[in-house]
Design a protein around this ligand. Structure first.
Ligand code: G4P
Length: 535
């Protein structure tokens, strides 16, 4: 395994990012447009699997295929200018799941994609919160500017109010939403004019005009854009790299991904402004330098991608050193060797064998039965990166085997899914037979769990809905007091954390009022119990 003399140099060319958005804001369309611009694909429509389009890159599971949605994560690597961009795909369905969060532990930057007509939506906010908790810098993209939408200045206000970040537009639209002529390049003051191509599936033509030419050719729309651009500068809405990296500000771009407008600008911004991988602290707080021997952290384990082989594919982000296929790395949790003969770069269903990878790159490890999200792999001096803390679940179901004679398979299956992080498993003595409570961030996780129980463990399950919507950490000493309140239940998660489950905020308020001394602590994205509460 290479000791990473070149690792830091390689890392400096990497930009590892994810796109976060509410469903339908245009994430798949933008992904295609990015690939089109980076000349990975010749025509848009190659990766996106909605009805009428060609096969999706990530329809691994039957369920995904049936629904035409993407549950799994995949990573796409492509170059732009002098940079190698790693786009880590977040699951594209409406339902928020822990996988989405875990993906965000593997990136250095996020592109927050908004629909120009809708602004900040629920899912955007949730994902933004995760990025904020993990201190991931955010580039904001206002998409669908070719359709009627909110005013650009109004959108800036909304971003500022909802996220607390100062929006600093790098481009400014010429023409109102619905009549997208092009953008002012705010660094130079030039006009970048976009021209539609039929169907938007090939690169849109773009030309750069001086402000004088723009005024002559565009007229009043140019003047308006120019005035707004000047107003923004006067009010200090200009880009500042330090405040962007500190998450105090967010650069903003305007696009119409479906027409490929503004997408080249986004690639330029990712290359120029997005941070490259930096050294990560380990569990002891010591930093593993980029040039140290190889280390990587698993952020997701995907099962059943290749039904013929029933394999497990673990996705890991390289944190230090350079990876070379074939050598044996150490699995930090078990101290066992892990052979990397079969390591792939992963682009949806297509797998290409990967020979080298550097910090920031995502590698797919096959036969990864022992690997779990959060695990560290390394060569050289031992290292463990901090585990990925579980999210606070919001949905709860009691699980039991449909066929009671298959109890053993049931318990094995549930245990496996728990370990893999597909679902959280809670136990409460109150439950007859100690039936496990499955807990999830989004209800889709139950479907995935049920599907796996049936297809892999031949054990169809019954899931009974529980009325809870909120989980707060408590202590063993406080649990009996908390449970005095009717309708509140305390259950132990398999990591030992005791979770008090409530139907709503009111229940929490009652308990706090009656027993102010009990510990009820929020657990949230990146916030294990004991850190600042965030709900
Ligand atoms: P998602 O992955 O975030 O869920 O969104 P997706 O890309 O699937 O886009 C959702 C819908 O928005 C799609 O329309 C897509 O064509 C449209 N869209 C995306 N970007 C733009 C844009 O810049 N301008 C306009 N006008 N529309 C955009 P659809 O009707 O659901 O699908 P389709 O029939 O167009 O494929």
């Amino acid at each position: 395994m290479a000791h990473g003399s070149h690792a830091a140099v390689e890392a400096s060319t990497r930009r590892t990012f994810a796109v976060i958005s509410h469903p339908d804001a245009g994430k798949s369309t933008l992904t295609e447009a990015l690939l089109l611009h980076a000349q990975v694909i010749g025509e848009a429509g190659a990766t996106h699997g909605k009805a009428g389009r060609r096969a999706t890159v990530s329809d691994w599971m039957d369920m995904e295929r049936a629904r035409g949605i993407s549950i799994s994560s995949s990573a796409l690597q492509f170059s732009h200018g002098g940079a190698l961009l790693n786009l880590v795909d977040t699951p594209g369905h409406a339902d928020f799941s822990e996988d989405t969060y875990r993906v965000l532990t593997a990136v250095d930057c996020a592109v927050m994609l908004l629909d120009a007509a809708k602004g900040m939506e629920t899912q955007t906010m949730k994902l933004f919160e995760v990025c904020r908790a993990r201190r991931i810098p955010i580039i904001t993209v206002v998409n669908k500017w070719d359709r009627p939408g909110l005013e650009a200045l109004e959108l800036l206000d909304e971003i500022q109010v909802r996220t607390g970040m100062r929006p600093t537009p790098l481009t400014w639209p010429v023409g109102i939403a619905g009549d997208f002529r092009g953008v002012v390049d705010r660094a130079t003051g030039d006009f970048i004019r976009f021209t539609r191509t039929a169907g938007g599936s090939t690169l849109a033509a773009q030309e750069r005009l001086s402000p004088e030419q723009a005024l002559a050719e565009v007229g009043p729309d140019w003047t308006t854009a120019q005035e707004e651009h000047e107003l923004l500068s006067a009010d200090d809405y200009d880009h500042d790299q330090d405040s962007f990296l500190a998450q105090d500000s967010t650069p903003v771009l305007f696009t119409a991904a479906a027409l490929n407008f503004g997408v080249g600008q986004l690639l330029d911004v990712l290359e120029r402004l997005a941070p490259s991988p930096s050294p990560r602290p380990d569990t002891q707080g010591r930093v593993r330098e980029l040039d140290a021997p190889f280390s990587a952290q698993v952020f997701k384990v995907q099962a059943g991608m290749d039904r013929a082989h029933r394999d497990r594919l673990a996705f890991a982000r390289v944190c230090s050193g350079s990876f070379e296929r074939g050598e044996v790395v150490t699995h930090a949790r078990t101290r066992r060797g892990f052979a990397t003969k079969y390591v792939h770069s992963v682009m949806g269903r297509g797998r290409e064998t990967l020979d080298t990878a550097h910090p920031g790159d995502i590698i797919g490890l096959v036969n990864a039965g022992d690997l779990r999200a959060g695990d560290t792999l390394h060569t050289g001096p031992a290292v463990s990166f901090p585990p990925i803390p579980p999210f606070a679940p919001e949905h709860f179901r009691v699980a039991s085997p449909r066929d009671p004679s298959r109890c053993k398979q049931f318990l094995r299956g549930i245990d496996q899914l728990d370990q893999e992080g597909v679902i959280q498993v809670l136990r409460s003595e109150r439950r007859p037979g100690n039936a496990p409570i499955l807990a999830a961030v989004g209800p889709m996780q139950f479907e995935v769990a049920a599907h796996r129980m049936e297809s892999e463990f031949s054990c169809p399950v019954l899931l009974e809905n529980l009325p809870y919507t909120l989980a707060l950490a408590t202590t063993a000493a406080d649990a009996p007091v908390v449970e005095l309140r009717q309708g509140v239940e305390v259950a132990a998660r398999s990591d030992g954390v005791l979770l008090a489950l409530f139907a709503d905020e009111w229940q929490v308020k009652w308990v706090r009022r009656d027993h102010p001394e009990v510990l009820l602590e929020a657990i949230g994205p990146g916030l294990p119990p004991g850190t600042a509460p965030r709900q």
